[in-house]
Structures are given as C-alpha cells and as structure tokens.
Write a protein that binds this ligand. Structure first.
Ligand code: G1P
Ligand code: ZN
Length: 543
C-alpha cells in the first residue's frame, strides 16, 4: 500500500454553506472532484495529522464509494483514527452525537438532506466541527479558498475496506473503527426519555406509524420504536435505506409524505404518525386526523418538555428562527425563560446551545432539536412527543387544543413562489424594504401595520451581526407576514411568504388554516405587490 500525491486542478467549488457542498451526483463523481473537496476540507482545518474523524452518510447513491475515498485520503493525510457507521450509514444527528461523545476532531457527513438521491440526483458533503455542529462560516470560507487554488491531494493506492464488518481494522497507519450507527444514538435517547413509560403506553394500545421514507432513519426507528419500545413490526414504513430513496423526495411534509398523511386522516388511522428526511434531521408530526405545524410542535414541546427526564429541570431558553411562528414565544414568556429569534438556518442556534442559553430550538421548516447534539434531530422530536403523550395519556388533538386554549393559536402557513425571475424577486424585496418606514399605521384588509423592518440579528453570545435576514411586517393583535428569499433554491429565486395570525385563547381555534390566514395573505400581497410583480396569482407550494 503506497501513499500517493496526485495533481488536480482547482475547481469552481461554489461556496460550501453550513450544509456543505451540494451538487449533482455526477459532478461529485468526476475525476478528482470529491478528492479536491476533501483535501480542501483537511487543508482548511489545519491538516488531518494525528486527528480522529467520524465518517458516515445518509446512504444515498455514491455514499459508500465516497466514504472509501475519504478514508484513503484521511489515512494519507495522517489521520490516526476514523469512526465509521456500518455500511457507511450515520444519520446527521447520530454523527453529531458521535463527534461529541468520542471527543473527536470533527466529522465528514455525506448527505443532500431531503433532496432526491441517485446518479442523476443530488449528493453532498459537509464537515462538522468538534462541537458536533456544522462548520461555521469562517471555516467554510477557508475551504472555499482552498478549492480555488488546490493543485494536489494525498491518497493511498489500496483496495476498498469492508464497511459492513463491525470492529476495528486499519488502512495504512490509520485505525478504522466500524461502529453500529444506531447504538450510541439509542444510548443517548435513553438518557433523555422515559422508554419504560413509552413502552407501557404502546402496550396499552396506543398506535403509531413512522415513515423513514427509504432513508437513513429506517434502522434507527426500527431499533428504537419496534426494538426498544415494543411497537409492532410494520410500525416503521419504508424502513430499509435505498440509494435512490425509492425514487421519492425524502422530505417529511404533507406533500412528499402523502401516503402517511392519508393514513392518519383515515378513520382507522393510527393515534400518532411521524416521518423524517434523507439524513434524519427533519421531522413531521401527525396525530389522528391532524397535522401539527412545526411551529406548533416547537411550542408544545417547549411547554411539555419537563415531562421527559432529560428536561425535567426545565429549559434554559427557547430559540426559533425568525419566520417560525411566535407560538413558542408565548410559552417562553409563561415559563419565564429567554426566547431568541434567530435568522433562518440551524447554524444560528449553535452559539446559544454552546453557551447554555437555549435548550430547545426549532424552525418552521420541520427542524426541531435540543442541546443534546448540535444538529436538528428528527427522531428525537418523535421520541419527545411520545414521552409527552405517554405521560399525559391524551391524544395529539387534545394536547393541541389544550395548548391553544392556554396560549391562543398562531395560525400559520408558508407560501412558496418558486423559480421566480431573480431580478424581479430582488426588486420586489428592495422596493418593499424602501417603504417599510412608511407602513406603520397603514390599514390593509382590515389589518393595521404596527411595525415593519428588515430583520437583523445581533448574536447575544459573540456579538456578531447578521443583516438582511428577511422582511417582517407585524400587524396589531399579533398577526404577521414575513418575506424572504430562499438561500437553498437552485432555479431562479424562491420567494417565501410566511403568514401568521394570532387568535386569542377565547377566539375561534378551529378555523381551516388557509381560511384563517386569508386577510393576512391579502394584506401582504397588497403591501408587497407580489402577485403583479412575480406574475403569479398563487403560490407553488403551501405548507
Ligand atoms: C431552508 C429552510 C431553513 C433550513 C434550510 C436548511 O432554507 O427554510 O429553515 O434551515 O432550508 O435545511 P431556505 O431555502 O429557506 O433558505
Ligand atoms: Zn436533512
């Protein structure tokens, strides 16, 4: 086995974000492409010499091949140990946990999250730092610089190793430890939740379904829900990870997980249902006959977390991304704890979690998590719900009704306008921003604007400021519209319009969501002129 240095040409690496570098799979499969990015990662973190890395991914097409390449390169770059999920699998939260538990120097996670997988679909790779969280901008910036100038990379000339055999082997001078991807994660969940109570609740007739969407949470959900908690076989649907996710979008929302939604809406559906995405960090929660919005889910979890052993001392604080509904704020207020409003993206929670200021975090885009790892965690959210249901012994619907009767209801929906002409979208936002100062006091569709601004976040931990994070238009009475351009869209611009209407606890709590939001939608439409400007009369997607 010999160590070789090969030359490569710098590539147009598009700046890796906190979700790493995402490209079409065939792009990653080009000669030296993956290699150039991996070498850029190692160079950006001051080399791999003497380091230990966690390596694993969501099992999509090219996952296993890419891991073999990364292992050879880690060894050739002087790493001393690699901890790899069996068959190359590790969910994003499980990888975050392993990175932390083992006190490693970080990890390489292979995933394109909820994007489809396959040779003609998407692939991605990201680096997480020793705290278990995605590399911050100053690190991804260095990677980007490397990709522009890199001329060579180091690897080994050696055969593939067997990723299926649990135990320790070696590759060059590097030890490779193949671990059960589920074991450490399950152990962590057991420290947070009352497995006995959940098991007893299921045994008592409480029924549930979990849709793993042919992605990475299959083995985790099967081991925990069916194995540990005694749910009947078949509780986990689509539980075997497939390289192409069964040709679907492994995105847990009512559109892509429609079969599961149809199931809970049917008369003989389960009491509870949930789904997670490609890499296991997102979640969708459903109760018999109803869909729980991620914003409501965060608020309910915050109000009830103390019922689970891991949170029985209460929460330090709650954080939500700015467009997420303000339902959690009302809970924080009642609990007398801090509530943080951060820009969109999980990375903004990292400082608050590390500093012990926030315990629970959430985003309206199906991301919920806590300080147990530094990523959002789909199965964790499911288990916290199950723990709460097992203690309270009422239905999901009763929990929600009780919540709304206590705090009032924040009706909520996100309207997406996709593939909008970028210039038109940018002009819309700029023109709207220019008139924000004049909006307060204006009455539109029966709503009076109380405040309007372009959201800037002042990080209370490190003092950094992030500007232009989206336009907020607040109405008297607690309703709100938010407009921002997506940072993850691939075609033109995606305009996201987030609508929220606050209904006090003694108001009508059971209006159909879009009907409840009709006036807020009309007011935001009129203020921004979005329909005329985009040439669209209706959103492409409503969640
Ligand atoms: C979207 C979501 C955001 C999430 C991000 C990464 O970003 O809205 O909450 O953190 O994906 O999963 P956007 O396309 O809106 O920039
Ligand atoms: Zn994901």
């Amino acid at each position: 086995m010999s160590r070789v240095t090969r030359s490569c040409t710098p590539f147009d690496g598009q700046k890796p974000g906190t979700s790493g570098l995402r490209k079409k799979t065939r792009v990653f499969m080009q000669d030296h492409y993956l290699e150039a990015f991996v070498q850029s990662i190692f160079n950006a973190i001051g080399g791999a010499e003497g380091k230990t890395f966690v390596i694993g991914g969501d099992g999509r097409y090219f996952n296993a091949e890419a891991i073999q390449t990364i292992l050879r390169m880690a060894s050739a770059n002087g790493a001393t140990r690699a901890v790899v999920g069996q068959n190359g699998l590790l969910s994003t939260p499980a990888a975050s946990n392993l990175i932390r538990q083992r006190g490693t120097d970080g990890g390489l996670i292979l995933s394109a999250s909820h994007n489809p997988g396959g040779i003609d679909e998407d692939f991605g790779l990201k680096f997480n730092t020793p705290n278990g969280g995605p590399a911050p901008e100053k690190v991804t910036e260095k990677m980007f610089e490397q990709t522009k100038t890199l001329s060579e990379y180091h690897t080994l000339e050696t055969a593939d190793i067997d990723l299926g055999a649990i135990g320790e082997t070696s590759l060059g001078k590097m030890a490779v430890e193949i671990v059960d991807p589920v074991e450490d994660y399950t152990a962590l969940m057991k420290t947070l939740f009352d497995f006995d109570a959940i098991r007893a609740h299921i045994k008592g007739g409480f029924s549930l379904k979990f849709d793993a969407m042919h992605a990475v949470t299959g083995p985790y959900a099967t081991a925990i829900l069916e194995g540990e908690l005694g749910a009947p076989e078949g509780t986990v649907m689509n539980g075997v990870p497939k390289v192409d996710f069964g040709k679907g979008h492994p995105d847990p929302n009512p559109i892509w997980a429609k079969p599961l939604v149809d199931l809970v809406m049917s008369a003989d559906g389960p009491d509870f249902a949930a789904a997670s995405d490609g890499d296991g960090d997102r979640n969708m929660i459903l109760g018999k006959g109803l869909y729980v919005t991620p914003s409501d889910s965060l608020a309910v979890l915050a109000a009830n977390a103390h019922l689970a052993p891991g949170y029985d001392k209460g929460l330090a604080g709650v954080a939500r991304s700015m467009p997420t509904s303000q339902a959690a704020d009302r809970v924080a207020e009642k609990l007398g704890i801090e509530c943080f409003e951060t820009p969109t993206g999980w990375k903004f929670f990292g400082n608050l979690l590390d500093a012990g200021r926030a315990t629970l975090c959430g985003e309206e885009s199906a991301g919920t998590g806590s300080d147990h790892v530094r990523e959002k965690d789909g199965l964790w959210a499911v288990l916290l719900w199950l723990n709460i249901l097992a203690v309270r012994k009422v239905s999901v619907k009763e929990i929600l009704m009780d919540h709304w009767q206590t705090y009032g209801r924040n009706y909520y929906s996100r309207h997406d306008y996709e593939a909008v002409d970028s210039d038109k979208a940018n002009t819309l936002m700029a023109d709207l921003e220019a008139k924000l100062a004049d909006l307060p006091g204006t009455e539109v569709h029966g709503l009076t604007v109380s405040e309007a601004d372009q959201f800037a976040y002042h990080d209370p931990v490190d003092g950094s400021v992030s500007r232009n994070q989206g336009i907020r238009i607040l109405f008297e009475g607690g309703s709100r519209g938010v407009l921002r351009l997506s940072g993850t869209g691939t075609e033109g611009a995606t305009l996201r319009v987030y609508l929220e209407r606050y209904m006090p606890a003694d108001g009508d709590l059971e209006i159909e969501t879009q009907a409840a939001l009709k006036d807020v939608a009309a007011a935001i439409g009129e203020i921004s002129g979005l329909h005329a400007r985009t040439g669209r009369d209706a959103p492409d997607v409503m969640t």
